[in-house]
Write a protein that binds this ligand. Structure first.
Ligand code: SF4
Ligand code: SF4
Length: 301
């Protein structure tokens, strides 16, 4: 049975496509967006998440760590990630919840069992399951097996993607997917490279190719002040979107800093520390600009 690495399963989601949905987060992403609010989804394998603020210095984790990776420093447990082999023993004994492993191996059967619990809600609300991440296309075989299993059960599917994958991958995935939630971050290629680590060419080519084949697509635009909220980028985005032969909707996702604390828990540095959410007024201006291209626009997912 095919398996993969999942870092979260959220039931009763209402922001990842129509109706009530279960969102399954697959681990690993080829991009490295500076504003990413799921940094625990970027690396392909499991990772240790450490909440120093919850540590009471009881020392239980030190005693069970087979690698000797943990030490106490000023009453707080510190972990040498180089030594840690992610066995999870410390997580089991830490009753304050200061330690967690993000990411677990799951089989298709296990994920489908979670998804199936809410079939009555999908049926009543027009919902389904959304595979998100990270970047779900990165675990191609796992994703395809999950999509196939959902189709066999009559569960409608969405794939939330950054679109950075070979067309051959997308060509297989699209045949089993009812809706694409497609992230568009920046139209200028140099700035896209600067803020996400990769070129946007493949992403734009792929979404155009999908649209030409008549697929249902929601474009999702994260609005990050100082990065992509300028009139020039919004107008270029609007022109690109309006030229797509099939596009159901454009969703604006205003920046929020809720993921910032996660970086510290992974011993990583957040690279947009001074960024603040856009004002309601600026969001309304962006909505108006995009509607000027004849697009259907919604704030939020
Ligand atoms: S078991 Fe938890 S609370 Fe105790 S020292 Fe380790 S991290 Fe801190
Ligand atoms: S996950 Fe295992 S190896 Fe890593 S710090 Fe915890 S007990 Fe040690």
């Amino acid at each position: 049975m095919v398996g993969g690495v999942i870092f979260d399963v959220k039931r009763f989601s209402i922001h990842d496509g129509p109706g009530i949905r279960t969102t399954v987060f697959l681990k690993g992403c080829p991009l490295n967006c500076r504003w990413c609010h799921n940094p625990e989804g970027q690396a392909p394998g499991p990772e240790l998440v450490l909440r120093a603020g919850r540590c009471i210095g009881c020392g239980a984790c030190l005693e069970v760590c087979p690698q000797g990776a943990i030490s106490l420093d000023s009453g707080v447990a510190r972990t040498d990630r180089e030594r840690c082999d992610l066995c999870g023993a410390c997580v089991e004994v830490c009753y304050t919840g200061a330690r967690e492993v993000a990411g677990r191996e799951m089989t298709v059967q296990q994920v489908v069992a979670e998804i199936e619990r809410d079939i009555p809600f999908y049926d009543q609300s027009g919902g389904g399951v959304t595979f998100s991440g990270g970047e779900p296309l990165l675990q191609q075989d796992f994703l395809l097996a999950l999509l196939q299993a959902c189709r066999e059960r009559g569960i409608r599917t969405g794939v939330d993607t950054c679109g950075y994958a070979p067309w051959e991958t997308l060509d297989r995935v699209r045949r089993l997917t009812d809706l694409f939630l497609w992230d568009l971050k920046l139209m200028d290629d140099a700035r896209h490279r600067e803020y996400t680590g990769v070129s946007n060419r493949l992403i734009l080519e792929n979404v155009r190719a999908l649209s030409e084949r008549g697929h249902a697509i929601f474009l999702r635009l994260p609005i990050i002040p100082g990065v992509n909220d300028d009139d020039g980028n919004i107008r270029q985005t609007g022109a690109f979107a309006a030229a797509l032969p099939h596009l159901a909707r454009v969703d604006l996702l205003p920046y929020h800093p809720t993921g910032v604390g996660k970086y510290e828990r992974l011993d990583q540095v957040y690279r947009l520390p001074d960024t603040r959410p856009p004002s309601d007024g600026r969001i309304e201006e962006i909505v108006d600009m995009l509607r000027g291209f004849g697009l259907q626009v919604k704030i939020g997912g």
